[in-house]
Design a protein around this ligand. Structure first.
Ligand SMILES: NC(=O)c1ccc[n+]([C@@H]2O[C@H](COP(=O)([O-])OP(=O)(O)OC[C@H]3O[C@@H](n4cnc5c(N)ncnc54)[C@H](OP(=O)(O)O)[C@@H]3O)[C@@H](O)[C@H]2O)c1
Length: 240
């Protein structure tokens, strides 16, 4: 099933911001692999986009599973031989779940947000190295910003999510490290904040639409003059 289009993989793309990023990339002409833990949910999400003529294909992907990531890597290698864009979108925030202990919150958040992001990134680096314009975009959060948390006028100061914030701060650190490590392969690596968005993750209390949230990730994945090693939202640079 090869493609001449830009090939993108979005993790956690069966709903929320990941689905909007996948749809937005496809509307820009990309061939998009829609990473989903449950393929039936991925098919349900991809169906309307395919009917609209977009190249969006579900791919089973649980970023906490070595076997799942290995199978996805083998399929991309066999069918396409390379990857142009990796969007590390799969993520969880558990701090407001009253059924979990703090230790359960941090262990699960580390497993998905940090180790899962790294597992998928490590698997995709050889495929990205075969791209003419390789990009990695990591979904981070303003809540990970030490600079903003020290600003008393910051509008999200009321959001107390210690295990989520710690895990996304590690995503920011990985972004800087990978940007340095992968520079000689031409792979641009950036972290973005999509803003406070109406998805299941926020009980739909976020003020932004998933389409608004998706714009900065789509921009960094596709624009010609892409920087590397930055942390931004759609208004510009964010403090680390
Ligand atoms: N919403 C916000 O206001 C906001 C703000 C800043 C940053 N973010 C970040 O943006 C990203 C997307 O958030 P969202 O609001 O769209 O969340 P969401 O609606 O809860 O969607 C999360 C997605 O991640 C998937 N996922 C969870 N664990 C996974 C795993 N182990 N392997 C693969 N996929 C997994 C989920 O799959 P299932 O459907 O199978 O559970 C789902 O597709 C996250 O990284 C989040 O931290 C969100």
């Amino acid at each position: 099933m090869g493609t001449n289009s830009t090939l993108a993989l979005v993790s956690g793309a069966n709903r929320g911001i990941g689905l909007a990023i996948a749809a937005g990339l496809a509307r820009k002409g990309c061939h998009v692999l829609l990473g989903c833990r449950d393929v039936s949910r991925g098919e349900a999400a991809a169906g309307p986009l395919q009917l609209a003529g977009l190249q969006v294909w579900p791919l089973q992907l649980d970023t906490t599973s070595d076997a799942s990531v290995a199978a996805a890597t083998a399929l991309i290698t066999r069918e396409y031989g390379h990857l142009d864009v990796l969007i590390n979108n799969a993520g969880i925030g558990l701090d407001y779940d009253p059924t979990l202990t703090p230790m359960e919150m941090i262990q699960r958040s580390v497993a998905v947000n940090i180790v899962g992001t790294m597992r998928l990134t490590e698997a995709m680096i050889p495929l990205l190295a075969g791209s003419k314009s390789p990009r990695i975009v990591n979904l981070s959060s303003e809540l990970a910003s030490f600079g903003l948390r020290h600003d008393p006028s910051w509008p999200h100061a009321d959001k107390k999510m210690p295990t989520y914030a710690a895990s996304k701060a590690a995503v920011n650190s990985l972004t800087v490290s990978y940007a340095e490590q992968l520079a000689d392969k031409g792979i641009k690596v950036n972290a973005i904040c999509p803003g406070y968005t109406a998805t299941e993750a926020t009980n739909f209390m976020g003020t932004r639409t998933t389409e608004q949230a998706a714009t900065i990730a789509i921009d960094l994945a596709t624009r010609a003059d892409c920087p590397t090693g930055t942390f931004v939202n759609d208004q510009g640079p964010l403090p680390w």
